[in-house]
Ligand binder design. Structure first.
Ligand code: ADP
Ligand code: ZN
Length: 614
């Protein structure tokens, strides 16, 4: 699919260093850029942190004329424009929140042919006559639709104004259109191509693996908060996700009381407070954001070092998105899920209460979907398999374990052989089915354990030959086993308010004793879960790194930008390690392009020299 690049790979590498300070492309970037340079339509799918922006920013710089970038959120646009300007690239912004004077200034820059990239909100772009007027002022080289999944109502973030972007093709028939998204499902991808009327687009789908992220699951118990605190004290920006506003407020307050600069974020806070807290976090004035899932969509902070899920996410895909906010800069990121069976029951309860707002009827289809999604993340949490294999399988990718950077690979859990118990369980469900009956997990477990409950007596189930054969196993283990068999497909669960267990054809090999079943031994303590962790690669305790961080913070405040706009952690780590004492050596550091060399080189080299001398 790769078109002949209009500019050679050497020239592209050179431009990458001069404008952005990087010496190598990330996977997929060069191919996408080559297609963009060749004037093709593009659909690019890359995970968060994959480096999408560069794929259209570099071609924008190297082509004559102006690149339009459509983005759904003002905060994202502002962030990108700030980052571009810090690299000496002329970028502008038009949105409904700015003053007439700001807009006029932007138009002047366009008319003077100074601007290379113009970020516009969709409704602005679609205003009558806007594109015609723009085309008279400057040649438009390409139109980029960022977060392109917003065009699809199959996706998780449909925006009606995005749907109207189809008219861009009619208004600018000659101009290539490039769509970018981190949404991996094939349906959404196809929908983007159709909705945006892409013409024979070059499709690029990068792997969703994020090698720099360490994934782990820890038992959620009384010690969980303490473990969170230990993590926070180690430093680095972090996000704690919680299910309820109340929990957010509680944990934020506890962290504050324990000396951590943490702020809450949820829909119960007013808009002003929310954006204030968000900007404190982005500017490194607050270290930790404790939030509901309302937080994260509009933030681009590249140096989030850890994400802890204090409560159960609603699906594996949501978990991957939320945890994936760690380590966008490619430096190590730590993603932890606290899991307990109790949380699962709470989540199931919530699903059960989901009713139609008008009729009060249970929304069966919705409940079934929610339950299936919940199962994906429960399976992830309870599985002894490589976390990456589990995640990537969900996105249709195969990956071979061990990955070397997840808890299960670094520290394989001890397994209990529960084959016999699995057979007892399946026989019980089968026995009930022979009688034309089906029951939920609780009742089946009562039969296995020989509990003479009212319901057992009323049904005469104490007469069954399987009654009491499984008294050795505690109810939580039985529940864990049932979840495992549901995940494996040997059991199925009916939809509806009170789901019942059903046996499937896949149970046969198990019943015949041809297959074994194992469960990780009872929830590993945090101690063992932690012992295998790869040490953070960054020398966080290095005094030079700390000194450089301080310098960065001061420069960022003076210039009224987030610290990562000055330099990201990647650059600071390289500086602390290589300690360049000349501007020439400084120029070789990743993240140092021409503009940043000129603006910050001397200050940082001086700081390193002072450190050396002292
Ligand atoms: P996405 O939009 O795909 O989530 P971004 O475009 O925000 O990702 O890029 C994530 C981070 O990776 C940014 O800090 C960016 O500067 C950095 N980055 C992008 N391309 C490269 C590269 N080729 N080499 C090093 N860092 C890169
Ligand atoms: Zn692994």
């Amino acid at each position: 699919m790769t078109a002949v690049p209009a500019v050679g790979a050497d020239a592209l590498h050179k431009a990458l260093k001069i404008h952005f300070g990087f010496s190598a492309f990330r996977p997929g970037q060069l191919e996408i850029i080559s297609d963009a340079m060749a004037g093709r339509d593009v659909l690019a799918v890359m995970p968060t942190g994959g480096g999408k922006s560069l794929c259209f920013q570099l071609p924008a710089l190297l082509q004559p004329g102006l690149t339009l970038v459509v983005s759904p959120l003002i905060a994202l646009m502002q962030d990108q424009v700030r980052l571009l300007r810090a690299n000496g690239i002329d970028a502008g912004l038009l949105n409904s929140a700015q003053t007439a004077a700001e807009a006029a200034e932007c138009f002047r820059a366009i008319e003077a042919q100074r601007l290379k990239l113009l970020y516009v909100a969709p409704e602005r772009l679609l205003m009558a006559g806007f594109l015609a007027r723009l085309s008279e002022m400057a040649a438009i080289s390409q139109v980029v639709i960022d977060e392109a999944h917003c065009v699809s109502d199959w996706g998780h973030d449909f925006r009606p104004e995005y749907r109207r972007l189809a008219s861009v093709r009619e208004q600018l028939p000659e101009v290539p259109i490039l769509g970018f998204t981190a949404t991996a499902t094939p349906t959404v991808r196809d929908d983007i191509v159709n909705q945006l009327q892409l013409r024979d687009p070059a499709r690029h789908v990068a792997s969703f693996d994020r090698p720099n992220l360490y994934w782990s699951v820890e038992a959620k118990d009384r010690g969980s908060y303490e473990r969170l605190l230990v993590r926070a004290k180690k430093g680095g920006s972090g996000i704690v996700y919680c299910l309820s506003r109340k929990r957010v407020d509680d944990i934020a307050a506890r962290l504050q009381a324990d000396g951590i600069s943490a702020l809450p974020y949820h829909a119960g806070l007013n808009g002003e407070r929310r954006s204030l807290n968000q900007s404190e976090f982005i500017r490194d004035a607050a270290q930790v954001m404790v939030a509901t899932v309302a937080f994260g969509m509009g933030i681009n902070k590249p140096d989030v070092r850890w994400v802890v899920h204090f409560d159960l996410p609603r699906s594996l895909e949501a978990y991957y998105q939320e945890g994936g906010r760690a380590g966008r800069d490619g430096e190590p990121g730590d993603c932890v899920l606290f899991f307990s069976a109790g949380d699962l029951r709470t989540a199931e309860q919530l699903i059960r209460t989901r009713v139609d707002a008008e009729t009060g009827e249970p929304l069966e289809a919705l409940q079934a979907t929610a339950r299936a999604q919940l199962q994906t993340v429960v399976h992830y949490a309870e599985s002894p398999d490589c976390r990456r294999v589990l995640q990537l399988a969900y996105f249709g990718e195969t990956f071979s374990a061990p990955c070397g950077n997840c808890d299960n690979c670094l520290n394989p859990p001890a397994l209990d052989d529960v084959t016999l118990a699995a057979r007892q369980l399946l026989s019980t469900v089968a026995r009930l089915a022979q009688r034309g009956q089906a029951f939920g997990a609780g009742h089946v477990i009562d039969i296995l354990r020989g509990e003479t409950t009212d319901k057992v007596i009323a049904q005469g189930h104490e007469q069954l030959s399987v009654f009491g054969i499984g008294s050795a196993l505690a109810p939580p283990r039985w529940r864990a086993l049932i979840r495992r068999l549901l995940a494996d497909g040997a059991l199925a669960q009916s939809a509806g308010v009170y789901p019942v267990l059903q046996i499937t054809a896949d149970a046969k090999p198990l019943l015949k004793g041809e297959r074994a079943v194992t469960l990780p031994q009872v929830a590993r303590s945090s101690q063992t879960a932690r012992s295998g962790r790869r040490a953070a690669a960054g020398p966080v305790d290095d005094p030079l790194f700390q000194a450089l961080r301080q310098l960065r913070l001061r420069l960022a405040r003076e210039n009224d930008v987030p610290p990562y706009v000055v330099f990201t952690d990647v650059t600071l780590h390289a500086l602390a390690e290589r300690r360049p004492l000349t501007l020439q050596a400084f120029a070789d550091i990743p993240g140092v392009g021409e503009r940043k060399l000129e603006q910050w080189g001397a200050i940082f080299v001086d700081a390193i020299r002072d450190f050396h001398d002292s």
